[in-house]
Write a protein of this length. Structure first.
Length: 403
């Protein structure tokens, strides 16, 4: 089987996902097109250089609807002979795009792909596309559906994570992200966003809140307590699935949950022959990919079983992994991962994560793969694993190995 290599990985800075965010005036298709152009320019790609563009985005409605991938190709400078595929695996959409592309290359279905994703959360509201699991009573009742924030609090309750533990993780995420920016660790991958006149709109992640303290976070009220305990009373639904829990401890709030932001990310994946033909040197190979379904009520525990699966399938152990990127959808997700594998915090999200930098849904999976690769190179380490929890109860993972 052909090896699939990563030749490049880049991303935009993440803008605040609000009307006053720096990227609010940029559409999803425009941001995607600019990043596709950046990949082509950075790597000297012309003509039908890649087989396809596989692009993830979660809220596929309105200006993010249709086949956004093909629209982005047409708006970009890429050759119109390159098609486009839009996919949605919720928060793992960007990672799944990369994994699909890698497995296509491995199978010989094309020599190269651009894969990644986008989400403009300031322009297209999360959940505005509807979801059967949330709005269809027959499915919601069958799955004991609760919103993700309740699921995160169920994880905290089930596995014994306190508010203090979650807040401490969030403060450390902020500290690490600020340090990473101060030391220019993201410089290799950041593509500044410019307006039509070439003026820079955004060149740094703007959600970051450096200097956040435990005292600051202690002032925040639990974000999901009322919807859990009062109306519509989702705690009771969760406890129907988990009757051994006497009550749900509500520990999550805006400070220890992922930030709503705008952003896009892209990864250039190809065979050895592709690199040789274009004078490109591979940075890493995609050693393994995996996905799995999990309990849809607790919903966000997927990183644990999918990591077990990818290690089992690849004949590896947790000790073979030098660094981990575990998406910080909520603090409890990362705490559970470290607990399950007895992994020290010194190896997990070493440059901060989504609690500090934000989580542009369809792009995050590709972002963390790129961040992982950059840091493996910076530290001269070999192997990394990236993983995300996914709505409706799923998990996805990717193992990369430097070459």
């Amino acid at each position: 089987m052909t090896e699939a290599y990563i030749y490049d990985a880049c991303r935009t800075p993440r803008g605040k996902g609000r009307a006053d965010g720096s990227l609010h005036e940029v559409t999803s298709v425009a941001l995607s097109a600019r990043l596709l152009d950046a990949v082509a320019e950075r790597n000297g790609l012309t003509g039908h250089a890649v087989e396809d563009v596989i692009w993830g985005n979660v809220t596929q409605v309105g200006e993010q609807g249709g086949c956004l991938a093909r629209s982005a190709v047409l708006l970009s400078g890429l050759d119109e002979s390159i098609p486009g595929l839009s996919i949605n695996r919720f928060c793992a959409s960007g990672m799944e795009a990369v994994n699909l592309a890698a497995n296509q290359v491995k199978a010989g279905a094309g020599a190269a792909y651009i894969a990644g994703g986008v989400e403009m959360m300031s322009r297209v509201a999360m959940g505005s596309d509807g979801a059967a699991i949330a709005v269809d009573p027959s499915l919601a009742m069958k799955t004991y559906f609760v919103p993700q924030g309740i699921s995160a609090d169920v994880i905290a309750t089930e596995y014994g994570f306190t508010r203090e533990m979650a807040d401490a993780l969030a403060v450390e995420s902020q500290r690490r992200a600020a340090e990473a920016w101060a030391e220019n660790r993201f410089a290799k991958s950041i593509v500044p966003v410019r307006d039509q006149n070439g003026l820079i709109i955004l060149e740094r992640d703007e959600y970051l809140r450096p200097g956040t303290t435990m005292e600051d976070l202690a002032k925040l009220k639990p974000a999901f307590k009322d919807m859990g305990e009062v109306m519509p009373g989702f705690d009771k639904v969760a406890m129907l699935k988990y009757p051994h829990l006497e009550r749900i401890e509500h520990i999550h709030h805006a400070g220890n949950s992922s930030g709503i932001v705008d952003g896009a990310a892209a990864v250039l994946i190809g065979s050895k022959e592709f690199g040789e033909a274009h004078g490109l040197k591979p940075r890493a190979r995609i050693r393994a990919t995996a996905k799995i379904g999990t309990d849809p009520t607790i919903m966000l525990t997927g990183p644990v079983p999918v990591t077990e699966k990818i290690l089992r399938d690849s004949g590896m152990s947790i000790s073979d992994i030098d660094l981990f990127e575990v998406n910080e959808a909520f603090a409890a997700v990362v705490l559970r991962f470290m607990q399950a594998f007895d992994v020290g915090q010194d190896k997990v999200n070493v440059n901060g994560g989504a609690m500090a930098l934000g989580h542009p849904l369809g792009a995050t999976g590709a972002i963390i793969i790129g961040t992982l690769l950059d840091e493996l190179e910076r530290r001269d380490l070999s192997t990394g694993l990236a993983t995300l929890c996914i709505a409706s109860g799923m998990g996805a993972a990717t193992i990369i190995e430097r070459v």
